[in-house]
Design a protein around this ligand. Structure first.
Ligand SMILES: NC(=O)c1ccc[n+]([C@@H]2O[C@H](COP(=O)([O-])OP(=O)(O)OC[C@H]3O[C@@H](n4cnc5c(N)ncnc54)[C@H](OP(=O)(O)O)[C@@H]3O)[C@@H](O)[C@H]2O)c1
Length: 253
């Protein structure tokens, strides 16, 4: 694993989020729903996805608050033509692919309450279970091993994947910041793996790396605490980058 800095966005085996004419294409992912999209993480990922050409329903328990946040994003980045709009979580849950971005304490309950809307859909958890102890962040281990596995347990009719946990909202939410990072994708099914990888790679600078089933989601979520502690120790902003992959991306393995 390495920090960012090589300036390369993937190995060319998957889309780089650009259409042939150089404009964002969105990669055929479809409409994205963001549950809990008003927080720093959800709004930042919504921004990146919209900047990549995707249509995003930024969700909240309050549709009014969601539209306020969506409007803030559109106003902050004029000229980007961001297709992001506010929605109630229940409506955002009916998008083509849905990202869960609530605090970990609320993830399972929120997902369970939307089980009917989320049935048949791919649900991507970016949730980390962390707690602060002094200056450090510590990872908590949910009974089922990960937040993503817990969410899958309450969504038996959905296909859950885990991704995006390591990307700091500060970087995601600044379109002037060039992203260069690998996103580890753990998934419950081939469909959720490929759809999530395509979502990742819709964002220029992000490379999807298939990291196994949801059995691996716990260590991936826990690594977030380690990365934050590295950042505290070195006053840095590290990102995950795996060396030595022969082929990675939405099309592999
Ligand atoms: N912050 C980061 O840099 C970062 C990066 C990667 C991953 N993550 C993960 O992404 C998730 C969201 O992070 P965040 O910092 O954006 O969190 P947050 O601000 O604490 O929460 C996000 C949103 O979740 C909703 N929410 C809060 N409490 C809720 C509850 N009890 N029930 C249902 N919805 C609730 C709120 O939206 P409404 O009130 O509008 O409904 C809130 O704006 C976390 O699990 C975090 O570990 C964070």
């Amino acid at each position: 694993m390495a920090t960012t800095g090589d300036g390369q966005a993937g190995d060319g085996t998957a889309g780089d989020g650009q259409a042939g004419d150089g404009r964002p294409s969105g990669g055929g992912v479809g409409r994205v729903g963001m549950i809990g999209g008003t927080g720093p993480a959800g709004r930042a990922l919504a921004l990146r996805l919209a900047a990549a050409g995707l249509e995003v329903d930024l969700g909240s328990r309050s549709a009014e608050r969601a539209e306020q946040v969506a409007a803030e994003l559109r106003e902050r980045w004029p000229g980007r033509d961001l297709a992001v709009r506010g929605a109630a979580n229940r409506d955002a849950a009916m998008a083509d692919i849905v990202v869960l971005a609530t605090p970990f304490e609320a993830a399972a309950e929120t997902a369970a309450g939307l089980a009917d809307e989320l049935a048949g859909r791919v649900v991507v958890s970016m949730v980390n279970a962390l707690t602060r102890v002094g200056r450090e962040l510590h990872a908590l281990v949910p009974a089922l091993g990960s937040v993503a596995a817990t969410v899958q347990s309450v969504l038996p009719r959905s296909e859950v994947a885990a991704a995006f946990q390591h990307l700091p909202a500060r970087h995601l939410g600044d379109l002037h910041h060039e992203l260069v990072a690998d996103v580890l994708v753990c998934a419950s099914s081939p469909r959720s793996a490929s759809s999530t990888a395509a979502l990742v790679e819709a964002v220029p600078g992000l490379r999807a790396v298939h990291a196994g089933s949801l059995a691996s989601a716990g260590p991936v979520e826990a690594l977030t605490a380690v990365l934050v502690n590295v950042n505290i120790a070195y006053r840095s902003h590290v990102a995950v980058r795996l060396e030595g992959l022969r082929a990675a991306g939405a099309g592999a393995p």
